[in-house]
Write a protein that binds this ligand. Structure first.
Ligand code: ACO
Length: 437
């Protein structure tokens, strides 16, 4: 008869163990009973990069990488990108359900009215060097915000958490825009409460001498769609960092700064910057086959290709590609899109990429849009961090109220020297010489 258990036989001892299966997983701690001797530590799993380890139970984002499916709280990403706004999506991600009209109005009001940065935070940002990377400014300013809101340390108080969630979702566009104005030598532009979340962001970025900034509705909506697509992506490197740091009961500002730092890496949120660099280096369609050859030889990676989870077309990439065409109607065509489309076509017909299930990911086309909208490449990971703030906070909150969760603390397989006596300085050269013989 079928049973929800797993039977393991340890061939070192001949002993058999029966472990319960729940949600297609076994508890790693159940393996600890598998021992050769009673003083053994017990069996562990070895899983660098957490390729096959579930570190939490979550009800926020569902991904089926083989079928190219992404859903927030059960709603398919393409429906949200078509029908919802970013703030509505952020509410959904954080609360589990779509808001009704009253809830959305209240949510929007609260976020709109927390967009200002304390003037001292603004001064802090002014202190960065003229050419500081905006992601470095973003990470450190978000961490610095914790010093303005010391009550945020009360992470188990639901009301305190709620306030910090408003503040963080509201303030990250302001921090991002101030970083942009700093590197472009422009005076900071304050938030405008009459505008939508994304129109206000465009206002703080691009407002010049006009009294009232008017956002182009196509660019405002394109930015909103990009924000929806980037709002959450379950347990990736940055989200796991948020959960890991948050598991020490660190306040949400410092936890979120750690998540943003993870996002900064070129294998994660920095990939769209790398894609643009790659497309610029390719320069013309004629040079694509040579790059494909180098990628197949393992000399380079096609940036924006491949994903740890998606072994099919990243559903977000399809929406970004479509959004790019709409943006170009306003900004003019970014020539790099033609190189990107041709690169995708050639790669998707090539055995190397087919066999390894390497498809364009969300970053493959997003950088092309951002460049067409006038952003320097250094801003790309910052543009990613703004919407992901909603996801990070939802995951952080879910972790805090989950009774199963403990401070994050992986194990290791120790392969270093066994116990040995301290060697006094005067004897060390002898020890080194002996070791080198
Ligand atoms: N170009 C060429 N070959 C690749 C690429 C690529 N972009 N990505 C993976 N491969 C190859 C690897 O060389 C490997 O081949 P092998 O089996 O012959 O050794 C195989 O595909 C599997 O690669 P892994 O590195 O094991 O895959 P992993 O799941 O660890 O990596 C990652 C996923 C990091 C995204 C990888 O595909 C990559 O480096 N892509 C480029 C960077 C990128 O676009 N990152 C953005 C990810 S999306 C995001 O963070 C929002």
């Amino acid at each position: 008869m079928a049973k929800d258990t797993l039977t393991i036989t340890d061939n070192r001892t001949g002993k058999t163990y029966e472990l319960p299966i729940e949600h297609d997983t076994i508890r790693a701690a159940d393996l600890r009973q598998i021992k050769v001797n009673s003083d053994d530590f017990g069996m562990m799993t070895y899983d660098p990069g957490y390729m096959n380890t579930a570190a939490c139970k979550s009800a926020i984002t569902y991904i089926d990488g083989d079928r190219g499916i992404l859903e927030y709280r059960g709603y398919p990403i393409d429906q949200l990108a078509e029908k919802a706004s970013f703030l509505e999506t952020a509410y959904l991600i954080l609360h589990g359900e779509l808001p009704d009209r009253g809830q959305l109005d209240e949510w929007t009001y609260q976020i709109t009215h927390h967009t200002m940065l304390n003037e001292n935070a603004k001064k802090f940002m002014d202190g960065f060097r003229y050419d500081a990377h905006p992601m470095g400014m973003f990470v450190s300013t978000v961490a610095a915000l914790s010093t303005f809101y010391p009550e945020s340390k009360s992470v188990f108080d639901a009301n305190v958490r709620r306030k910090q969630i408003f503040r963080l979702i509201a303030k990250v566009p302001t921090v991002a825009a101030f970083a942009y104005r700093h590197i472009t030598g422009m005076p900071f532009a304050y938030p405008d409460n009459d505008l939508s979340y994304t129109a206000n962001f465009l206002n703080m970025l691009f407002k010049r001498t006009e009294l009232k900034y008017q956002a182009n509705p196509i660019l405002e909506r394109a930015m909103d769609i990009l924000f929806i697509l980037h709002a959450d992506h379950e347990q990736n490197c940055s989200t796991s960092s948020m959960r890991m740091v948050g598991s020490a009961q660190t306040d949400p500002y410092c936890s979120l700064a750690a998540a943003a730092a993870a996002l900064y890496g070129p294998l994660h949120g920095g990939a769209n910057e790398a894609v643009l660099k790659m497309l610029n280096e390719i320069g013309s369609k004629a040079n694509i086959p040579a790059l494909i050859k180098r990628a197949k030889a393992g000399e380079v990676r096609l940036m924006g290709f491949g994903h740890r989870v998606y072994k099919n077309y990243d559903p977000r990439a399809r929406i970004v590609k479509k959004t790019a065409e709409e943006v170009f109607e306003v900004t003019g065509r970014n020539e790099l899109i033609d190189i990107a489309i041709e690169l995708e076509r050639i790669a998707l017909e090539d055995d190397y990429f087919i066999k390894r299930k390497l498809y364009p990911n969300v970053d493959f086309y997003s950088g092309i849009i951002y460049q067409a909208m006038g952003f320097p490449v250094e801003m790309f990971p910052v543009l990613f961090a703004i919407p992901r703030t909603a996801g990070w906070l939802a995951q952080w909150q879910e972790m805090l109220v989950d009774k199963d969760q403990k401070i994050g603390r992986p194990r290791q397989i120790y392969l270093g020297p066994t116990t040995r006596d301290f060697v006094p300085m005067e004897q060390r050269s002898l020890v080194v010489a002996k070791a080198e013989r």
